[in-house]
Design a protein around this ligand. Sequence first.
Ligand SMILES: [Zn+2]
Length: 305
Amino acid sequence: MSFSVTILGSSSALPTPARSLTAHLVNHDERFFLIDCGEGTQIQLRKLKAKSLKINHILISHLHGDHVYGIFGLLSSMSMMGRKQDLYIYCDPRLETIIKSHFNYFNDTISFQIIYKPFHPKKVQNIYDDGKLEIVAFPLKHRIPCMGFVFREKPKEKRINKFFIDELGLGIKDIVNIKRGNNYVLPNGEVILNEKLVLPSGPLYSYAYCTDTRPLESIAGYIKGVDLLYHEATFLNEDAALAKTTYHSTAGDAANIALKAGVKKLCIGHFSQRYKHESFFLKQAKYVFENTILAEDGLCIQICS
Ligand SMILES: [Zn+2]
Protein backbone atom coordinates (compact mmCIF):
# COMPACT_ATOMS: atom_id res chain seq x y z
CA MET A 1 0.00 0.00 0.00
CA SER A 2 1.40 3.39 -0.97
CA PHE A 3 -0.02 6.82 -0.24
CA SER A 4 2.00 9.82 -1.35
CA VAL A 5 1.65 13.40 -2.53
CA THR A 6 3.95 14.95 -5.13
CA ILE A 7 4.06 18.73 -5.34
CA LEU A 8 4.05 19.69 -9.02
CA GLY A 9 3.76 23.43 -8.47
CA SER A 10 4.06 25.64 -5.39
CA SER A 11 3.89 29.24 -6.64
CA SER A 12 0.86 31.52 -6.49
CA ALA A 13 -0.45 33.64 -9.37
CA LEU A 14 2.79 33.78 -11.41
CA PRO A 15 5.26 30.98 -12.14
CA THR A 16 8.93 31.55 -11.30
CA PRO A 17 12.01 29.72 -12.62
CA ALA A 18 11.96 27.55 -9.47
CA ARG A 19 8.25 27.23 -8.83
CA SER A 20 5.47 26.25 -11.18
CA LEU A 21 1.76 26.94 -10.65
CA THR A 22 -0.39 24.87 -8.35
CA ALA A 23 -0.92 21.14 -8.92
CA HIS A 24 -0.53 18.07 -6.70
CA LEU A 25 -0.36 14.43 -7.73
CA VAL A 26 -1.80 12.02 -5.16
CA ASN A 27 -0.94 8.34 -5.45
CA HIS A 28 -3.13 6.06 -3.38
CA ASP A 29 -2.32 2.42 -3.99
CA GLU A 30 -1.33 3.16 -7.62
CA ARG A 31 -4.50 5.14 -8.32
CA PHE A 32 -3.58 8.66 -9.33
CA PHE A 33 -5.48 11.86 -8.55
CA LEU A 34 -4.45 15.25 -9.85
CA ILE A 35 -5.51 18.20 -7.69
CA ASP A 36 -5.60 21.49 -9.57
CA CYS A 37 -3.86 21.99 -12.85
CA GLY A 38 -2.04 25.30 -13.21
CA GLU A 39 -0.35 26.17 -16.48
CA GLY A 40 2.72 23.96 -17.00
CA THR A 41 1.39 20.99 -15.03
CA GLN A 42 1.94 18.57 -17.91
CA ILE A 43 5.57 19.71 -18.18
CA GLN A 44 6.05 19.08 -14.45
CA LEU A 45 4.54 15.60 -14.87
CA ARG A 46 7.01 14.88 -17.67
CA LYS A 47 9.98 16.22 -15.71
CA LEU A 48 9.11 13.92 -12.83
CA LYS A 49 8.48 10.97 -15.17
CA ALA A 50 4.92 10.64 -13.86
CA LYS A 51 2.65 8.97 -16.40
CA SER A 52 -0.18 11.40 -17.08
CA LEU A 53 -2.24 8.64 -18.71
CA LYS A 54 -2.45 6.92 -15.33
CA ILE A 55 -4.38 9.89 -13.92
CA ASN A 56 -8.05 8.96 -13.91
CA HIS A 57 -9.35 11.67 -11.58
CA ILE A 58 -8.80 15.44 -11.67
CA LEU A 59 -10.09 17.67 -8.87
CA ILE A 60 -10.23 21.42 -9.41
CA SER A 61 -10.52 23.56 -6.27
CA HIS A 62 -11.72 26.75 -7.95
CA LEU A 63 -11.85 28.62 -11.23
CA HIS A 64 -8.88 30.95 -10.92
CA GLY A 65 -6.50 30.71 -13.87
CA ASP A 66 -3.42 29.77 -11.85
CA HIS A 67 -5.23 26.60 -10.72
CA VAL A 68 -6.87 25.55 -13.97
CA TYR A 69 -5.28 26.92 -17.17
CA GLY A 70 -3.10 23.81 -17.51
CA ILE A 71 -6.07 21.49 -17.94
CA PHE A 72 -6.64 22.38 -21.61
CA GLY A 73 -3.12 21.40 -22.66
CA LEU A 74 -3.11 18.32 -20.45
CA LEU A 75 -6.39 16.99 -21.88
CA SER A 76 -5.22 17.72 -25.42
CA SER A 77 -1.92 15.87 -24.84
CA MET A 78 -3.70 12.89 -23.25
CA SER A 79 -5.80 12.70 -26.40
CA MET A 80 -2.74 12.96 -28.67
CA MET A 81 -1.17 10.09 -26.73
CA GLY A 82 -4.23 8.00 -27.63
CA ARG A 83 -5.93 7.79 -24.28
CA LYS A 84 -9.08 5.66 -24.35
CA GLN A 85 -9.87 5.38 -20.66
CA ASP A 86 -12.60 7.54 -19.11
CA LEU A 87 -11.40 10.55 -17.13
CA TYR A 88 -13.35 11.95 -14.19
CA ILE A 89 -13.25 15.68 -13.45
CA TYR A 90 -14.60 16.94 -10.11
CA CYS A 91 -15.23 20.64 -10.33
CA ASP A 92 -17.38 23.71 -10.15
CA PRO A 93 -20.26 22.97 -12.59
CA ARG A 94 -19.18 25.88 -14.84
CA LEU A 95 -15.91 24.18 -15.78
CA GLU A 96 -17.72 21.66 -17.98
CA THR A 97 -19.05 24.48 -20.19
CA ILE A 98 -15.63 26.16 -20.28
CA ILE A 99 -13.78 22.99 -21.34
CA LYS A 100 -16.39 22.06 -23.93
CA SER A 101 -16.42 25.51 -25.50
CA HIS A 102 -12.60 25.59 -25.56
CA PHE A 103 -12.37 22.32 -27.53
CA ASN A 104 -15.32 23.26 -29.74
CA TYR A 105 -13.71 26.58 -30.65
CA PHE A 106 -10.44 24.90 -31.64
CA ASN A 107 -12.36 22.12 -33.38
CA ASP A 108 -10.37 19.68 -31.31
CA THR A 109 -11.74 16.20 -30.63
CA ILE A 110 -10.82 14.29 -27.50
CA SER A 111 -10.10 10.57 -27.86
CA PHE A 112 -11.66 9.60 -24.53
CA GLN A 113 -14.76 10.31 -22.51
CA ILE A 114 -14.69 13.01 -19.85
CA ILE A 115 -17.15 12.34 -17.05
CA TYR A 116 -17.89 15.51 -15.14
CA LYS A 117 -18.69 15.20 -11.45
CA PRO A 118 -19.83 18.72 -10.58
CA PHE A 119 -19.86 19.58 -6.90
CA HIS A 120 -21.83 22.24 -5.10
CA PRO A 121 -19.18 24.91 -4.69
CA LYS A 122 -20.36 25.91 -1.21
CA LYS A 123 -21.41 22.67 0.57
CA VAL A 124 -19.60 19.86 2.37
CA GLN A 125 -20.02 16.73 0.28
CA ASN A 126 -18.57 13.33 -0.38
CA ILE A 127 -17.30 13.41 -3.96
CA TYR A 128 -15.51 10.04 -4.24
CA ASP A 129 -15.75 6.65 -2.57
CA ASP A 130 -14.28 3.43 -3.90
CA GLY A 131 -14.55 1.41 -0.70
CA LYS A 132 -10.85 1.92 0.14
CA LEU A 133 -10.64 5.70 -0.04
CA GLU A 134 -13.10 8.55 0.22
CA ILE A 135 -12.73 12.20 -0.68
CA VAL A 136 -14.79 14.91 0.95
CA ALA A 137 -14.95 18.42 -0.50
CA PHE A 138 -15.59 21.36 1.85
CA PRO A 139 -15.91 25.12 1.32
CA LEU A 140 -12.97 27.46 1.82
CA LYS A 141 -13.16 31.26 1.97
CA HIS A 142 -11.80 32.84 -1.18
CA ARG A 143 -12.82 35.65 -3.57
CA ILE A 144 -14.79 33.10 -5.58
CA PRO A 145 -16.26 29.71 -4.55
CA CYS A 146 -13.35 27.43 -3.66
CA MET A 147 -13.20 23.94 -2.15
CA GLY A 148 -10.72 22.07 -0.01
CA PHE A 149 -10.40 18.29 -0.21
CA VAL A 150 -9.71 15.66 2.41
CA PHE A 151 -8.66 12.14 1.38
CA ARG A 152 -9.29 9.49 4.05
CA GLU A 153 -8.65 5.78 3.86
CA LYS A 154 -11.71 3.74 4.78
CA PRO A 155 -11.68 0.94 7.35
CA LYS A 156 -10.46 -2.21 5.68
CA GLU A 157 -12.58 -5.37 5.77
CA LYS A 158 -11.91 -7.32 8.96
CA ARG A 159 -9.67 -10.36 8.53
CA ILE A 160 -10.32 -13.37 10.74
CA ASN A 161 -7.43 -14.95 12.55
CA LYS A 162 -7.32 -18.31 10.72
CA PHE A 163 -6.43 -20.11 13.92
CA PHE A 164 -10.03 -19.65 15.13
CA ILE A 165 -11.63 -21.01 11.96
CA ASP A 166 -10.34 -24.52 12.74
CA GLU A 167 -10.33 -24.14 16.50
CA LEU A 168 -14.00 -23.15 16.68
CA GLY A 169 -15.12 -24.96 13.51
CA LEU A 170 -16.50 -21.73 12.03
CA GLY A 171 -18.86 -22.02 9.04
CA ILE A 172 -19.37 -19.46 6.24
CA LYS A 173 -22.26 -17.82 8.11
CA ASP A 174 -20.14 -17.42 11.26
CA ILE A 175 -17.24 -15.95 9.24
CA VAL A 176 -19.52 -13.38 7.55
CA ASN A 177 -20.97 -12.40 10.94
CA ILE A 178 -17.53 -11.96 12.48
CA LYS A 179 -16.31 -9.92 9.49
CA ARG A 180 -19.30 -7.66 10.08
CA GLY A 181 -18.04 -7.00 13.58
CA ASN A 182 -20.22 -9.38 15.60
CA ASN A 183 -19.06 -11.43 18.59
CA TYR A 184 -19.15 -15.25 18.44
CA VAL A 185 -21.28 -17.22 20.89
CA LEU A 186 -20.17 -20.74 21.80
CA PRO A 187 -22.81 -23.48 22.26
CA ASN A 188 -22.36 -23.17 26.06
CA GLY A 189 -23.30 -19.49 25.86
CA GLU A 190 -19.78 -18.16 26.34
CA VAL A 191 -19.16 -15.02 24.25
CA ILE A 192 -15.88 -14.50 22.37
CA LEU A 193 -15.40 -10.82 21.61
CA ASN A 194 -14.95 -9.80 17.98
CA GLU A 195 -11.60 -8.11 18.55
CA LYS A 196 -10.15 -11.44 19.74
CA LEU A 197 -11.20 -13.18 16.53
CA VAL A 198 -9.90 -10.68 13.99
CA LEU A 199 -6.42 -9.46 13.10
CA PRO A 200 -5.48 -5.85 13.88
CA SER A 201 -6.54 -3.69 10.93
CA GLY A 202 -3.66 -1.18 11.04
CA PRO A 203 -3.77 2.61 10.88
CA LEU A 204 -5.83 4.57 8.33
CA TYR A 205 -4.04 7.44 6.62
CA SER A 206 -5.30 10.79 5.40
CA TYR A 207 -4.36 13.92 3.45
CA ALA A 208 -5.99 17.37 3.27
CA TYR A 209 -5.54 20.07 0.63
CA CYS A 210 -6.54 23.67 1.44
CA THR A 211 -5.85 26.41 -1.09
CA ASP A 212 -6.84 29.19 -1.79
CA THR A 213 -8.38 30.56 1.38
CA ARG A 214 -8.47 33.04 4.18
CA PRO A 215 -7.85 31.34 7.53
CA LEU A 216 -11.12 29.65 8.39
CA GLU A 217 -11.88 27.98 11.73
CA SER A 218 -14.37 25.54 10.22
CA ILE A 219 -11.58 23.95 8.16
CA ALA A 220 -10.10 22.46 11.34
CA GLY A 221 -13.26 20.42 11.88
CA TYR A 222 -13.18 18.88 8.40
CA ILE A 223 -9.52 17.89 8.49
CA LYS A 224 -9.21 16.78 12.12
CA GLY A 225 -6.11 14.68 12.77
CA VAL A 226 -4.99 14.20 9.16
CA ASP A 227 -1.51 12.78 8.62
CA LEU A 228 -0.58 15.53 6.19
CA LEU A 229 -2.12 18.96 5.63
CA TYR A 230 -1.16 21.10 2.66
CA HIS A 231 -2.28 24.64 3.44
CA GLU A 232 -1.57 27.74 1.44
CA ALA A 233 0.70 30.41 2.92
CA THR A 234 0.71 33.03 0.21
CA PHE A 235 2.03 35.80 2.48
CA LEU A 236 4.36 36.32 5.42
CA ASN A 237 2.79 37.36 8.74
CA GLU A 238 3.76 41.04 8.31
CA ASP A 239 1.54 41.17 5.21
CA ALA A 240 -1.56 39.93 7.02
CA ALA A 241 -3.57 42.94 5.78
CA LEU A 242 -2.75 42.03 2.19
CA ALA A 243 -3.65 38.41 2.86
CA LYS A 244 -7.03 39.54 4.17
CA THR A 245 -7.90 41.76 1.20
CA THR A 246 -6.85 39.12 -1.34
CA TYR A 247 -8.53 36.25 0.59
CA HIS A 248 -5.34 34.34 1.27
CA SER A 249 -3.46 33.12 4.35
CA THR A 250 -0.15 33.89 6.00
CA ALA A 251 2.40 31.33 7.22
CA GLY A 252 1.13 31.87 10.77
CA ASP A 253 -2.50 31.38 9.69
CA ALA A 254 -1.67 28.02 8.08
CA ALA A 255 0.19 26.88 11.18
CA ASN A 256 -2.70 27.92 13.45
CA ILE A 257 -5.13 25.79 11.42
CA ALA A 258 -2.69 22.84 11.61
CA LEU A 259 -2.52 23.27 15.38
CA LYS A 260 -6.30 23.58 15.81
CA ALA A 261 -6.95 20.54 13.64
CA GLY A 262 -4.32 18.43 15.43
CA VAL A 263 -2.72 17.34 12.15
CA LYS A 264 0.51 15.34 12.21
CA LYS A 265 2.44 17.27 9.56
CA LEU A 266 1.95 20.58 7.75
CA CYS A 267 3.27 21.45 4.30
CA ILE A 268 2.93 25.12 3.29
CA GLY A 269 3.04 26.44 -0.26
CA HIS A 270 1.40 28.76 -2.82
CA PHE A 271 4.03 31.39 -2.04
CA SER A 272 3.81 34.87 -3.48
CA GLN A 273 6.78 35.55 -5.73
CA ARG A 274 7.28 38.93 -4.03
CA TYR A 275 9.49 37.24 -1.40
CA LYS A 276 13.12 36.37 -2.08
CA HIS A 277 13.59 33.82 0.71
CA GLU A 278 10.98 31.20 1.51
CA SER A 279 12.89 30.29 4.68
CA PHE A 280 10.98 33.08 6.48
CA PHE A 281 7.72 31.22 5.79
CA LEU A 282 9.14 28.15 7.48
CA LYS A 283 10.38 30.11 10.47
CA GLN A 284 7.01 31.84 11.00
CA ALA A 285 5.01 28.61 10.63
CA LYS A 286 7.34 26.54 12.83
CA TYR A 287 7.01 29.14 15.59
CA VAL A 288 3.37 27.96 15.91
CA PHE A 289 3.51 24.40 14.53
CA GLU A 290 6.89 22.67 14.68
CA ASN A 291 6.32 19.83 12.24
CA THR A 292 6.09 22.07 9.17
CA ILE A 293 7.85 21.70 5.82
CA LEU A 294 8.04 23.96 2.79
CA ALA A 295 6.51 22.83 -0.50
CA GLU A 296 9.12 22.46 -3.26
CA ASP A 297 8.36 21.54 -6.85
CA GLY A 298 9.07 17.84 -7.31
CA LEU A 299 8.92 17.07 -3.58
CA CYS A 300 7.26 13.70 -2.94
CA ILE A 301 5.84 13.32 0.57
CA GLN A 302 5.17 9.76 1.70
CA ILE A 303 2.08 9.57 3.86
CA CYS A 304 2.57 5.83 4.19
CA SER A 305 4.63 3.34 2.20
ZN1 LIG B 1 -7.39 31.66 -6.24
